[in-house]
Design a protein around this ligand. Sequence first.
Ligand code: ZN
Length: 170
Amino acid sequence: MGKLRILTIPTDEINLRKRSKEVTEITPEAKAVIADLIDTLKSSERPGVGLAAPQIGHNLRIVIIESEGYERDKGEIVDRIPRKILINPKITKFSKEKVVIEEGCLSVPTIMGNVKRPKKVKVEAQDEKGKKICINASGFLARVLQHEIDHLDGILFIDLIEDKKSIREI
Ligand code: ZN
């Protein structure tokens, strides 16, 4: 337990592309995955704001979101986001309005690029105790939620970049 290796493309593409399984019961295994997600995100060399279980090699529908706040490399400030543990998260509403935001991913270590997604989303999930939670998110949080939930279906942000000219190496 503790810090695990974050799977990256191209090496781990097969595992990152799998659809993750629903969590039917919060077993000791699921709890261990949550603890590992927290430790791995916290000790990541590159700042991250979220991590999904498949990124550490567990194909379970669990994501965590947390940030102490930091400055992105374009001078943009990422606000502090208190820790959220989401089990079986599902987006139940998307706004019609979409926004373009530059995304990166700890599993895609070399590039960033612009992705257009709905500006607001409603997410339903369970917390680590199995309690139902609902989040109405907009702005950066809405973006992070969509990115992380995509990981559970094997979707990476690079699949969604329309403007290939926005891709830049980091
Ligand atoms: Zn990611």
